[in-house]
Design a binder for this molecule. Structure first.
Ligand code: MG
Length: 262
C-alpha cells in the first residue's frame, strides 16, 4: 500500500497559515448567517474575506464549481450552489464548506450552523456531527492507522443512540498541494485498519451525518447532494496535521475554539 504523503516543514508552515486564515474566514462568515440573507450574499462576503486574507478560493472553478463556498441547506448534505433565490429562514440549518489556497497550499473546512432559533433535534444533530470529528481526533496519531479515524467517527455516531445515517459515498481526504488528494477517509466502519499514519500527514476529516437514512442523490444542477429520504443533514470538517501526539487542528478560528474540543 502506498503511504500517505509526509509534508516538508516548509509545506506544513504554509498549510498552518492558509488554514488559520480559513478558520478566521469561517468564524466571520458564520456570524453573518441569519434569517433573510441569501446564500449568494454569504458567498459574496466569503469571496471578500478570502481576498482580504490574501488567499484565493480553491472551490471556485474546481471541476467547474461556480462559487467560493458550498452552501447546503437542510436536506442538502454538501455541494449546494449559493443562490440569490435561496433565502435563509428561521429554523433552517446551513452547512458552509469552504477552502482557500495560499502559495500552493490548500485548506478545507466546514461548519453547520442554525439560522435563528432551530429545533432541539437540529441542535443535537449539529453537535453530534461536530463531536464525531473530535472523537476521531483521539485516533488520529502517528503510529495509528488511517481507518482508526473512520472507525472512531462511526463508533461515536453509533454511541449516540440516535438513528442517524452516515453518508458513505462522500469521504474525507488527503490535502496538501491539492485540495483533494488520496487517501479517501470514510466516516463509516472499515474492517481493516488501513495505511499507517505518520507525523507530517495532512488530512481533511469531515463527518456528514443525516437525521435518518444514509442514502444520497445529486440534484439536476449536478452538484447539490441531498438525502434521498429528505432528512436533514450536518457536516463538520477541519484540516489536520498528524503528529506523534494530539493532531494539530489547523483550520479552527478563535470562535470555533471557544466551542471546545469535544
Ligand atoms: Mg473536504
Amino acid at each position: 500500500m502506498i503511504g500517505i504523503p509526509v509534508r516538508s516543514d516548509e509545506q506544513i508552515e504554509c498549510m498552518r497559515k492558509c488554514n488559520a486564515r480559513l478558520g478566521i474566514m469561517l468564524d466571520e462568515l458564520t456570524d453573518m448567517v441569519r434569517p433573510g440573507v441569501t446564500t449568494a450574499y454569504l458567498n459574496d462576503e466569503a469571496e471578500k474575506l478570502i481576498e482580504k486574507l490574501g488567499c484565493k478560493p480553491n472551490f471556485k472553478g474546481y471541476e467547474g464549481f461556480p462559487a467560493a463556498i458550498c452552501a447546503s441547506v437542510n436536506e442538502e448534505v454538501v455541494h449546494g450552489i449559493p443562490s440569490k433565490n435561496r433565502i435563509l429562514k428561521e429554523g433552517d440549518i446551513l452547512s458552509i464548506d469552504a477552502g482557500m489556497v495560499l502559495d500552493g497550499c490548500h485548506s478545507d473546512a466546514a461548519r453547520t450552523v442554525g439560522v435563528g432559533e432551530i429545533s432541539p433535534e437540529c441542535r443535537k444533530l449539529i453537535s453530534h456531527t461536530r463531536s464525531a470529528f473530535f472523537a476521531a481526533m483521539k485516533a488520529a496519531r502517528a503510529g495509528g492507522r488511517l481507518y482508526d479515524i473512520s472507525n472512531a467517527i462511526a463508533s461515536y455516531i453509533d454511541g449516540t443512540g440516535e438513528s442517524y445515517g452516515i453518508v458513505r459515498e462522500l469521504t474525507g481526504h488527503g490535502i496538501g498541494t491539492e485540495m483533494h488528494e488520496k487517501p479517501m477517509i470514510p466516516n463509516y466502519h472499515k474492517s481493516v485498519r488501513g495505511p499507517r499514519l505518520k507525523a507530517g500527514n495532512t488530512l481533511a476529516i469531515e463527518p456528514m451525518i443525516t437525521m435518518a437514512g444514509p442514502e444520497i442523490e445529486i440534484l439536476e444542477d449536478n452538484w447539490t447532494v441531498v438525502t434521498s429520504d429528505g432528512s436533514w443533514a450536518a457536516h463538520y470538517e477541519n484540516t489536520i496535521l498528524i503528529t506523534g501526539d494530539e493532531p494539530e487542528i489547523l483550520s479552527m478560528g478563535d470562535k470555533e475554539k471557544e466551542l471546545g474540543y469535544e
